[in-house]
Design a protein around this ligand. Structure first.
Ligand code: PRP
Length: 211
């Protein structure tokens, strides 16, 4: 049996992925210890190796072949634009990529003004504003708590993920436009897809049956 290395997105996505994998018959005892600071886990019997990485790094590990498979949000797949195969929509981690801001920003969008847009996702924001909306904007890259942008006057709007909407609500901001729907995806290294074809197809098939 060929060994498979699987990159998981640290946090809730990893928990949901492991629940799904367990249902598909791929478990990893070691991973269930929530207090552990360990980053890499193995299941010797099934020749599986799992590791936990930050979301934006998952496609990097998969592109370079450090992981054969990865599970990550579709926001990250699009933003990172790595040479990997996207093989499955796992259906969980559902949320929306949106333009959000105060209501006063609505006319700035309608008039296609040269606004400032704060985001963790500059590529998605660039594609949306420059190509889909045909609006020239100034993009400001942030690394988190993006909702602060319009509140402290750094930007007019933000491009960010909205799941329950409570972060926006609690900060007095609204969804102004929806860019796309998001969910967790399984991605595969292009060489592994050839070299470990049988094993990978089997994993994809067993996971798909549980969706
Ligand atoms: C994400 C996102 C929003 C929030 C949306 O942030 O960037 O801030 O979750 O979720 P909600 O609609 O359910 O409130 P995350 O928790 O990843 O933290 P960060 O902003 O520091 O990256």
């Amino acid at each position: 049996m060929q060994e498979l290395t699987i990159a998981l997105t640290k946090g809730r996505l990893a928990d949901q992925t492991m629940d799904l994998f367990a249902r598909a018959g791929y478990s990893c005892e070691e991973l269930s210890d929530k207090h552990s600071r360990k980053l890499i886990f193995t299941n010797e019997d099934q020749k599986l190796r799992f590791f936990l990485a930050k979301g934006p790094d998952v496609p990097t590990y998969v592109e370079y072949g450090a992981a054969d498979l990865g599970v990550v949000g579709s926001d990250v797949v699009v933003e990172e634009n790595r040479r990997v195969y996207e093989v499955l929509d796992l259906g969980f981690g559902r949320c929306r990529m949106c333009v959000a801001g105060p209501k006063e920003a609505i006319p700035l969008l309608q008039n296609r003004e040269m606004i400032r847009v704060a985001t963790k996702y500059p590529e998605i924001a660039r594609e949306y504003f420059y190509h889909r909306r045909q609006q020239t904007v100034e993009l400001i890259k942030l690394n988190g708590s993006v909702e602060l942008g319009p509140i402290v006057g750094l930007s007019d709007v933000i491009v960010d993920i909205v799941e329950t909407g409570s972060t926006l609500r609690e900060n007095g901001l609204d969804v102004l436009e929806e860019i796309c729907q998001l969910s967790a995806r399984m991605i595969v290294n292009q060489v592994s897809m050839q070299m470990k074809a049988q094993r990978i197809r089997e994993v994809i098939g067993n996971v798909r049956e549980q969706l």
